[in-house]
Write a protein that binds this ligand. Structure first.
Ligand code: HEM
Length: 416
């Protein structure tokens, strides 16, 4: 039944709406009046026979669903509620090879193995290389700025570090990195016509990246080295990943760790430039709480999906087995029950129990520490090298069904 408090036809996965304004003011209405709301979708949008999904908008409910995988499964295309094209059953079967779309106990086995690559020690090992990268990226943006000091922050700064971090993590040789970057960018199938990326181009890029990674795994099995790939595929005694599991894991990293961090950085810069007192505070004090607030503010992943494994109840609603559940992180991160003045960008916010990296539970973002490090490194480099940066235009928003994206953000280094 349509919600009487919402404009007719409101659907928080509509890419045109998402491009125009996030977080939606409608989320506040939903949290107050219908926190678990059946959002009807016209038949055909999702490629399934169903006609909608439950929109879960309160912080507590998003956490509850995320931490009860026995009630809410991840095996039915977790990442996107609305696809840009019709998805087939076969595609969903293939996607189950990616850990994001697995349930325990299978998920537990894979997660225990890949966690080895994300220990605090493993992340610390990357730090010096990434710090240097961050400085080089900012230095290059500065050198290559136009005569009036302007440049696009997204392509010149935000894009590069997340990809370099993943390449560094899995030890992709320097000469192969441009191929990895190209495949990764093509795989993120946009709903934005400007990118002219078809499903076929995306699928082809995914296959090439998987093939490349599988070869890498096979080589390490044959000839072990002192690196993370060897640890994941050739570790003795505690199980390991098969070469194709490794291929799908790299595919997940290229999607999950790439656009998310890129958009956190772009939104963070925009937030600083539109809240100059926060930028001054950051430059002066570099609070350790800043990166978490940037992720809360940006919430790059607007929503993910689960599917009910049995009849159950949520927020007073009767959920039927097979119903799709949309977890709106973007709404949870603005829930006044949890955050004081959520509409305020406050880099000293502490505690900050935002759900930008997920609502807890088995799928909680594996790359959280890496992402936080990247955000800190890039903003530290910007504060040191480009402290006077100014906004030179409104951000151009990405048209996407689940991602809070910025595709262009013109900034300017004052020249006088
Ligand atoms: C999962 C957000 C950066 C790797 C997730 C999930 C979210 C998320 C919302 C799903 C959680 C759930 O379903 O409960 C983000 C954001 C990032 C970021 C906002 C940046 C600001 C990264 C990075 C990496 C990464 C840098 C790795 C290089 C992963 C992986 C998963 C995941 C592998 C799946 C974990 C699993 O299924 O067990 N992330 N992420 N993420 N993320 Fe991130």
């Amino acid at each position: 039944m349509p919600c009487p408090h919402l404009p007719e036809g409101f659907d928080a996965t509509d890419p045109d709406l998402l491009r125009s304004r996030i977080p939606f003011p409608e989320f506040a209405t939903l949290r107050q009046t219908a926190p678990v709301w059946w959002c009807p979708q016209p038949r055909g949008i999702t490629g399934f026979d169903d006609e909608g999904y439950w929109a879960v908008t309160r912080h507590a409910d998003v956490k509850y669903v995320s931490t009860h995988p026995e009630l809410f499964s991840s095996t039915e295309n977790t990442a996107v509620i609305r696809f840009n094209e019709h998805i087939t059953r076969e595609q969903i079967e293939v996607q189950r090879l990616i850990m994001l779309n697995m349930d325990p106990p299978e998920h537990t086995r894979v997660r225990q193995i890949v966690q080895r690559g994300f220990t605090p020690r493993a992340i610390r090992t990357l730090e010096a290389a990434l710090r240097e990268r961050a400085r080089a990226i900012v230095g290059e943006a500065k050198r290559n700025a136009a005569a009036d000091g302007s440049f696009d922050f997204v392509t010149r700064v935000a894009v590069e570090l997340p990809l370099q971090a993943i390449a560094e993590l899995i030890g992709v040789p320097q000469e192969d990195r441009s191929r990895i970057f190209d495949w990764s960018n093509k795989m993120i199938a946009y709903d934005d016509p400007e990118y002219a990326i078809t499903e076929e181009i995306g699928a082809e890029a995914a296959m090439e990246l998987i093939g490349y990674s599988m070869n890498m795994a096979a080589a390490r099995k044959e000839c072990p080295a002192q690196d993370i790939v060897t640890q994941l595929v050739a570790a003795e005694g505690q199980g390991n990943l098969s070469s194709d599991e490794f291929g799908f894991f790299v595919l997940l990293l290229a999607v999950a760790g790439n656009e998310t961090t890129r958009n956190a950085i772009s939104h963070g810069m925009h937030a600083f430039l539109t809240h100059p007192e926060q930028w001054e505070l950051f430059k002066r004090e570099r609070p350790a709480t800043a990166a978490e607030e940037i992720v809360r503010w940006a919430t790059p992943v607007v929503s993910f999906q689960r599917t009910a494994t049995q009849d159950t109840e949520l927020g007073g609603q009767k959920i039927k087995k097979g119903d799709r559940i949309g977890l709106f992180y973007s709404s949870a991160n603005n829930d006044p029950e949890v955050f004081e003045s959520p509409e305020v960008f406050d880099i000293t916010r502490d505690p900050n129990p935002h759900l930008g990296f997920g609502g807890g539970g088995p799928h909680f973002c594996l790359g959280k520490s890496l992402a936080i490090h990247e955000i800190e490194l890039i903003f530290n480099a910007l504060a040191d090298e480009l402290p006077e940066l100014a906004l030179a235009g409104e951000p151009r928003r990405l048209r996407a069904a689940w991602l809070n994206g910025i595709k262009e953000l013109q900034v300017r280094i004052p020249t006088a």
